[in-house]
Design a protein around this ligand. Structure first.
Ligand code: IMP
Length: 176
């Protein structure tokens, strides 16, 4: 077991407090903080987090992966969320895990091009050892836990759609 249910819940409460503090002056009833939850893995993390944030928020969902175009730039492929209007909005992406950083690099580029007033990333887990050089600039603003280069499941994270419902975060060992 890598992180227990209790540790995760405790850390999510701390993250929610940090987000609430940081956006206390910026998120208003007229321009609430726009939380964009990535599907499907971040749903569990987001559900707990958003309920503890105390500033005005709006919640929407993205389903996205990345590809590299002919100029070796990362582009997002949206299955959901391409047309979310972020112009002038403070955007906080809720991600389950940042690995190579490609997905977040593509998403960041997309929403910054669409005129977001600010763009930050909140991730439950970060695996910085796995970051590829072209995504070195992806340093999440809020990180639940920094973990080593391991494949993990549970609390929304899956292996081929299995193990999402595990109540703790576990290391996946294919041989077991
Ligand atoms: P990235 O674009 O390489 O940063 O990939 C991020 C996505 O890969 C995450 O949103 C997950 O869906 C998936 N992923 C990366 N590492 C893991 C893991 O250890 N367990 C489960 N999914 C993972």
């Amino acid at each position: 077991m890598l992180k227990t249910n209790e540790e995760i819940r405790h850390r999510i409460a701390e993250l929610a407090a940090a987000v609430s503090d940081d956006y206390a002056g910026t998120a208003t009833a007229e321009n609430p903080l726009l939380l964009l939850c990535t599907l499907r893995g971040a749903v569990f993390f987001s559900a707990d987090l958003v309920r503890s944030i105390t500033v005005p928020i709006e919640l929407d969902f993205l389903k996205v992966h990345s590809y590299i175009n002919t100029e070796s730039a990362l582009e997002p492929v949206f299955d959901l969320g391409k047309d979310i209007n972020v112009s002038g909005r403070h955007v906080l992406i809720l991600e389950d895990i940042v690995d190579t950083g490609k997905t977040m690099a593509a998403v960041k580029r997309h929403f910054e091009d669409k005129g977001a007033a600010s763009f930050r990333i909140c991730t439950m887990l970060d695996k910085p050892e796995r970051r590829v050089p072209q995504c070195a600039e992806i340093v999440p603003d809020y990180i639940g836990f920094t973990i080593p280069d391991l494949f993990v499941v549970g609390w929304g994270l899956d292996y081929n759609e299995k193990y999402r419902l595990l109540p703790d975060i576990m290391v996946y060992h294919p041989e077991r």
